[in-house]
Design a protein around this ligand. Structure first.
Ligand SMILES: Cc1cc2nc3c(=O)[nH]c(=O)nc-3n(C[C@H](O)[C@H](O)[C@H](O)COP(=O)(O)O)c2cc1C
Length: 342
């Protein structure tokens, strides 16, 4: 079915197609029922003290403003991550800012955290919380407001804390995003010293599990320090990874286009980080693997290398929205076969 709609969507500008899809999904969300929550108890798990009906979640950025939560649930996602949201509403970078790299099943984006701001999102989430049809865990991904100078530590920390205060009541977990390549100076906050300064007050302030989303372009040496800081501060999960600024195997036009790449072109790097983190983290730190995952095989490899949860974005664009229930159905069948000892 998606293969019929895809040429039409791909004939449109990538962001127009995204907005149109989200708009339609938001209108028909109550009618989407590809799978029901908890219809496959064998896929359920408890991670960071949260019960997930299955391990596959919607990655941040697809539904920044929580427009179609029931649609994602109906399509079979075990959780969704909303955002990135910033304390102050912002429009993001100039358009065009989302591009398909079709020949590599990848996307390039430099959206720059276009979002309605924490206060408006909080209003929306308050209503969602009262809707007992919505039953999957929800993560809220927080980033830095663009107008706050990345070099002003005090202001940056205040900015994250203000958004946290407005949103934490509605979240099952909070993700701190310091890894987007599209906000000037943001990735500086991934450096171990600055990261500790930022995470300490956040962990102190909230009772919700805090996850940290990291970049695939981080030096290996830094990664070990980030792991140590996360474990010491009792961060509950690492999300690896955000999009990459690396340009390898990219078409020529993409080399001069700023932004982060996701999908197949990110896959090897994201898998490498998943392996490194899986091998070196303690049990107390959950690992959420994301980047170029598009099949049951990809999911199983990530789980084998220590991932507790999976997130997907770009493969939805290339494979279509039924991918999630297809993967979960096959995973469920395989678990049942193993359990029955066949
Ligand atoms: C168009 C687009 C927008 C994104 N926006 C965000 C965002 O706002 N916050 C964030 O943490 N990650 C964002 N991401 C990154 C994804 O959450 C994910 O980490 C990345 O795309 C790798 O997964 P994938 O290969 O399955 O897409 C975005 C990705 C894309 C393609």
């Amino acid at each position: 079915m998606y293969q019929l709609i895809k040429p039409l969507l791909f004939s449109l500008d990538a962001e127009v197609a995204h907005d149109l899809t989200l708009n339609i999904l938001s209108k028909i969300q109550s009618f989407i029922k590809r799978s029901s929550v908890n219809d496959k108890p064998e896929l359920g798990c408890e991670i960071a003290g949260i019960n997930f009906p299955n391990r596959i979640g919607l990655a941040a950025g697809m539904d920044k403003a929580c427009l179609a939560p029931l649609a994602w649930q109906g399509l079979g996602f075990g959780f969704i991550e909303i955002g990135t949201v910033t304390n102050i509403a912002q429009t993001g970078n100039n358009k065009p800012r989302l591009f398909r790299i079709k020949e590599k099943n990848s996307l390039l984006n430099c959206l720059g955290f276009n979002n309605p701001g924490a206060a408006q999102l909080a209003e929306k989430l308050k209503i969602l919380k009262e809707n007992d049809k919505f039953r999957i865990p929800i993560g809220i991904n927080i980033g830095k407001s663009r107008i706050v100078d990345a070099r002003n530590s005090e202001e940056v920390i205040k900015d994250y804390l203000s958004a946290l205060e407005l949103l934490e009541n509605y979240a099952d977990y909070i993700t701190i995003n310091v890894s987007s390549p599209n906000t000037p100076g943001l990735r500086e906050w991934e450096s171990p010293k600055q990261l500790k300064t930022l995470l300490e007050p956040i962990v102190k302030k909230t009772t919700k599990p805090v996850f940290l989303k990291i970049s695939p372009d981080m030096e290996e040496e830094n990664l070990y320090q980030v792991l140590e800081i996360s474990e010491n501060l009792k961060i509950k999960g690492l999300i690896a990874t955000n999009t990459t600024i690396e340009r390898r195997n990219t078409p020529l036009w993409a080399n001069s286009q700023m932004g982060g790449i996701s999908g197949e072109l990110l896959k090897a790097r994201s898998l490498h980080l998943t392996k490194l983190i899986g091998k070196n983290k303690s049990k107390n730190l959950a690992l959420i693997s994301v980047g170029g995952i598009s099949s049951l095989e990809d999911v199983k490899i990530r789980l084998d290398f220590g991932a507790d949860l999976i997130q997907i974005y770009t493969a939805l664009v290339y494979e279509g929205p039924f991918l999630i229930s297809e993967i979960n159905d096959k995973l469920s069948d395989e678990i049942k076969i193993v359990k029955s000892g066949l």
